[in-house]
Design a protein around this ligand. Structure first.
Ligand code: FAD
Length: 350
């Protein structure tokens, strides 16, 4: 934290172990490099050099040479979320992180916000950074129950899973009117999968809907989903939620990451934007003691980049909802252009 005194309160008792994977585009790699973690991500992350968008019948609509777009230094990577968290936490002094600390309330006070924990302890602070995710308690306390500050549900029927790699060599999406499946290798032998059912289906929102959707997919994709459904402990139901706020800071509190701007993972920007937020905030705080002015400067600095990602997410989501025939005709032209228009501004430092 740029030499600033700090304390991390984390409700989980143990660091995550195993679990799902994550895709890190080039600007997430850049953020990790700024945190002196370039070597670690190059060792732990599986290189993702290419993206393919396919129909449910396996016809290639378009591909993107990500290696060429980002270059070797910013090559996108995939890895387990637990490995990313371990990398970020490595070397943090034990006394700066309190695990099993569940924050129950944050109350503004003339001398700075007061935090109350579930174990009945209270902590006085000069600044609270709400990096507490899409259902952020800090956000609820900042905005009370103001309309429009709760997350909006974009899709309920979405699942994530890990499975043996059926021979998928790059980030690949298969989509049709019923939904989409993404498979992304995290090694030669293992893939991460994300499946979303987008059309209303007879079979409701349970795994039956997932199986119905998978029935039209190429054999290796269908079998991977069947494998995942057969081991329910590996299948994570993942509703998609979106947070859009008119303000991220005030009264000695600031929101970063999903707490401020959770977005559908169309462009895999969640981790990148969260890490960039943290880096920018740390830099600004370490160069000025004026907290209100620094928080306002942080918001002014970060808003345009976040708004760009939200705009491009909305645009791709609209294209995905077009009638399949039209979408399959348009995507070979729109897809590569949207990729460039989304990531070109993100290639420049935050
Ligand atoms: C289906 C799906 C796929 C995705 N795929 C990608 C992807 O490929 N790439 C990508 O970059 N992003 C992806 N994302 C988004 C990404 O997961 C998030 O943007 C990212 O995890 C946000 O990080 P965060 O630190 O802001 O919040 P979180 O990861 O949610 O972390 C919040 C932390 O706060 C703690 N906490 C919460 N409340 C309290 C409390 N009261 N007291 C104490 N601790 C608390 C939690 O335990 C947690 O550790 C995906 C999201 C979904 C839903």
């Amino acid at each position: 934290m740029r030499g600033l005194p700090h304390l991390v309160l984390e409700r989980r008792r143990l660091p995550a172990d195993g679990g799902l994977a994550i895709n890190l585009p080039g600007n997430a790699i850049q953020a990790l490099a700024e945190l002196d973690l370039r070597e670690q991500i190059e060792q732990a992350g599986h290189p993702i050099g290419r993206r393919e968008y396919r129909t449910s019948a396996d016809r290639l609509l378009f591909a993107v040479d990500e290696d060429r777009f980002w270059g070797e230094a910013l090559r996108p990577r995939s890895l387990r979320r637990s490995d990313l968290l371990a990398m970020l936490g490595d070397g943090m002094p034990e006394e700066t992180i309190r695990r099993g600390a569940i924050v129950r309330s944050v109350v503004p006070d003339a001398r700075g916000p007061l935090l109350s924990l579930k174990d009945n302890t209270t902590i006085a602070s000069s600044l609270v950074v709400g990096a507490d995710g899409v259902h952020s308690l800090v956000r609820r306390q900042m905005f009370d129950t103001a309309a429009g500050t709760a997350p909006a549900l974009l899709a309920q029927a979405s699942w994530r899973f890990m499975a043996p790699n059926p021979g998928v060599r790059c980030w690949t999406v298969w989509a049709d009117a019923a939904g989409m499946v993404l498979l992304m290798p995290i090694s030669e032998s293992e893939v991460y999968g994300w499946a979303a059912v987008t059309a209303p289906v007879q079979s409701g929102r349970g795994v039956e809907a997932l199986l119905d959707m998978a029935a039209n997919l190429p054999c290796r994709v269908r079998n991977t989903i069947l494998d995942a459904v057969a081991s329910p402990e590996t299948l994570h139901h993942s509703p998609l939620e979106d947070v859009r706020l008119s303000r991220w800071q005030g009264s000695g509190m600031v929101l970063i990451g999903d707490a401020a701007h959770a977005t559908a993972p169309v462009w895999a920007q969640g981790a990148a934007l969260g890490m960039e937020d943290a880096i920018s905030l740390g830099d600004l705080l370490s160069s000025s003691p004026d907290i209100p002015a620094t928080l306002a400067a942080f918001e002014a600095l970060r808003r345009p980049r976040v708004a760009h990602v939200q705009r491009m997410t909305d645009r791709m989501s609209r294209a995905a909802r077009l009638p399949p025939l039209l979408r399959n005709m348009l995507l070979p032209f729109l897809g590569p252009r949207s990729y460039r228009q989304t990531y070109e501004p993100l290639r420049r430092s935050a």
